[in-house]
Design a protein around this ligand. Structure first.
Ligand code: PBG
Length: 340
């Protein structure tokens, strides 16, 4: 015989028809009702290609990531392809820098050479060219300087030259990451004028001035020589401005828009997804990668599980494409069924 209090509780339990735990009671049902489905087809691996020979040099700030010379890059492409990752984005590390970043648009610039090589040895893979000047300019800014200012409109002409050089070398997609105004329209016009009407543009549309890029700048030796990038990359306090940038890029002809970084920016991935009808890419940047690697190496977190959780969260936020230094490992986790 229970007390009056117990009777009420029993009754309440009887009428509780909503029991969300029913759909979590076994792995079969959990997998059946899973809301976010992902596949290696949506991964892009960012790869650093350097001038020189026989180079596979580990990047100090990004343990497990390397700079490859062209004669060694096939090893990495083979590993990716075997893991089921079919898309790669190239970042070039030239051996010569100048005021106008001429290595970025030179027919024999490092990315152009890498593209020609990769297209030949891995014809089934898809190659994206990051389009930016900061790895090639002596001052490290993403555009042409006028005094200490980055001159927007003077830069556009150079971005056009770079895009055409990359397309000529075989780039399957062009990804401008400079954040100049009007660059998507300018690049589209130049590509079309040279017959590359079918080369899509994936615009780094909402790219924030972020400290999460620190390890990349070390990897690509692309830190600005003076000042910072706040006059072109976005202020991370802003949300509505991200939508303004994205909508402008779509209007100018962007085929895919990107939010960068990914971790901590899930709110924007979702808003961009809801506000557009183009695919949305999220770039999990170098700082995100290095934080996971170093914390896991110290034994504080489980690298594989954290990497998987971060990726799924970006997709859940709305990403259709995920750009990550963990692409190969993630593809393997998807295959193992750890996520998917
Ligand atoms: C070039 C560029 C950067 C990154 C991608 N393209 C660096 C920057 O804007 O300073 C960052 C990528 C990363 O941190 O993984 N502009």
């Amino acid at each position: 015989m229970g007390s009056l209090r117990d009777d009420i509780t029993e009754k309440e339990v009887q009428v509780m028809i909503q029991r969300p735990r029913r759909l979590r009671s076994s792995s079969q049902i959990r997998n059946m009702v899973r809301e976010t489905r992902i596949s290696p087809d949506s991964l892009i691996y960012p790869m650093f290609v350097a001038e020189g020979e026989n180079i596979k040099e580990e990047i100090k700030s990004m343990p497990g990531q390397y700079r490859y010379s062209i004669d060694r890059m096939d090893e990495c492409l083979d590993e990716l392809e075997n893991a089921g990752v079919h898309a790669v984005m190239f970042f070039g590390i030239p051996d010569h820098k100048d005021e106008t970043g001429s290595g970025a648009y030179d027919h024999n610039g490092i990315v152009q050479k890498a593209l020609r090589h990769a297209k030949e040895t891995h014809p089934c893979m898809y190659f994206v060219a990051d389009l930016c000047m900061c790895e090639y300019t002596s001052h490290g800014h993403c555009g042409i300087l006028n005094g200490t200012e980055v001159d927007n409109d003077a830069t556009l002409t150079y971005l056009q030259k770079i895009a055409v050089a990359q397309a000529e070398a075989g780039a399957d997609m062009i990804a401008p990451s400079d954040m100049m105004d009007g660059r998507v329209a300018a690049i589209r016009e130049a590509l079309d004028a040279h017959g590359y009407t079918n080369v899509p543009i994936m615009a780094y549309s909402a790219k924030f001035a972020s400290s999460f890029y620190g390890p990349f700048r070390d990897a690509a030796d692309s830190a600005p020589g003076f000042g910072d990038r706040k006059s072109y990359q976005m202020d991370f306090h802003n949300r509505r401005e991200a939508l303004k940038e994205v909508l402008l890029d779509v209007e100018e002809g962007a085929d895919i828009v990107m939010v960068k970084p990914a971790a901590c920016y899930g709110d924007l991935i979702r808003e961009v997804k809801d506000a557009t009808n183009v695919p949305v890419a999220a770039y999990s940047v170098s700082g995100e990668y290095s934080m996971v690697k170093t914390t896991a190496a110290a034994g504080y977190i489980d690298e594989e599980r954290i990497m998987c959780e971060m990726a799924v969260c970006a997709y859940r936020a709305g990403a259709d494409i995920y750009i990550t230094y963990f692409a190969k490992e993630l593809a393997e986790c998807m295959r193992k069924g750890l996520i998917g």
